[in-house]
Design a protein around this ligand. Sequence first.
Ligand code: NAD
Length: 495
Amino acid sequence: MTELARFYNVVGGQTCGSANGGWLASTNPYTGEDWAEVPRCGPDDARAAVEAAHRAFTKGPWASLSATSRGKLLRRLGDLIARDAEKLAAIEVRDNGKLLAEMAGQVRYIPEWFYYYGGLADKIEGGVLPTDKPNLFSYTKREPLGVVVAITPWNSPLLLLTWKLAPALAAGNTVVIKPSEFTSCSTLALMDLVKEAEFPDGVINTVTGYGSEVGAALVEHPLVAKVAFTGGDATGAAVYAAAARGIKHVTLELGGKSPNIIFADAKIDDAVKGAISGIFAASGQTCIAGSRLLVQRSVYDQVSAKLVALAKTARLGDPMAETTQVGPITTLPQRDKVLNYIDIARSEGATCLLGGKRPESPELAKGWFVEPTVFGDVSNSMRIAREEVFGPVLSIIPFEDDAEAIEIANDSLYGLAAGVWTSDIRRAFTMADKIRAGTVWVNTYRAVSFMAPFGGTKQSGIGRENGQAAMDEYLETKCVWINLAEGVPNPFVLR
Ligand code: NAD
């Protein structure tokens, strides 16, 4: 048996395992074999990490560091990530099964968040207020919240962590990171760079392990001011309820069932490529997956045929190989969940136009693959159209006109993202207005940026990440009143 790589947590600047000495194996989804292990933490570790973060927030050098110096630290971390992009990408590919072709670009892009928010760190401004009260001067300050717990899922560990970490630090908070139990390794590798960048001890801490054993203890800790969570909606609801008991700030980035809408006037070949990238990129394991493809009835047969023909050419294989286009599903339970949804779709009467099973090639036998799968004749009331599958499974739903497209698009518990494919500019604007989603893409799909606010409506979440909007999620406003007059007027009335 090959020896497993070991990754450690960092708490208060100290490299550590778990208090109880337990370890948790991380499995490579392409080989099905364990390749690394991370500490299996519990409530004692959660407590130690929150206390370290709280000490750093209240007593350490971080609290008195100038905002400009804070920004420089963020930019330094960005530079180090850029330097080690290949190494970090390779860890994530082994841990998560995402394609190296995608990860290499993604990790090279991550530094931009640290540069952008590093730049914003010393542009956090309050204001002097006009006043209706003579002899009272008032101004506002924008202050960090305190200890932020950042909880991330398995599908894009470093990117989704960065969306929380960069603005939280720029605002002056300290952070405890709890990565997914399935994919913690790249986050722990990042901690080497945090040390090299010389962040003060305790500003960024990690605890790894199961949500029930360590995640819940973090959320419930009374010294935690905010929970920034990305994950499934059921977990999100539990985190929200636990945070509410302690009156904590929360942002939730949850699931989606995003409509990708092709009108008859669209450039059909572009729209078909957009549909493919919306659902088969990252093997469909993205919250923004365009898993409901709404197609205008007059081009329904044409779009379905072209889409199936193109999806059939997708090369499944080793995520490390540059030629691979579709990798494995990240976890075994998730692979089984995807296969179960395929059975459900069939039993509900959807027509399987492509895929619908594990691939037969012996080369892929050990990995957790599911073939790119396309269902036609889907009605929006079927479970396959209502529930998040989080895998390479597309449902094609026909519609007649704009009104019906809007009705179907909005008939969902979720509202994360949407795509619209049309050549009509008025239709583009109207659809962007009428669709309830945090992001609407027109004639493109899956574009995200450090500059552009991202988040969900309805059960897709609360709050926004990215862009200047994200800074508001990590700051609160203090109002200061200064009496400029001599003496205090009648103390029994409101001033
Ligand atoms: P998950 O909800 O199972 O786990 C997410 C994280 O929460 C993990 O780190 C887990 O350990 C932790 N956790 C579990 N129980 C907890 C508890 N009681 N208290 C605190 N933490 C707890 O999600 P997942 O399966 O890792 O990720 C997939 C889900 O994430 C999908 O539903 C997907 O849509 C969603 N997602 C959303 C976005 C977005 O930005 N909207 C992005 C990516 C993924």
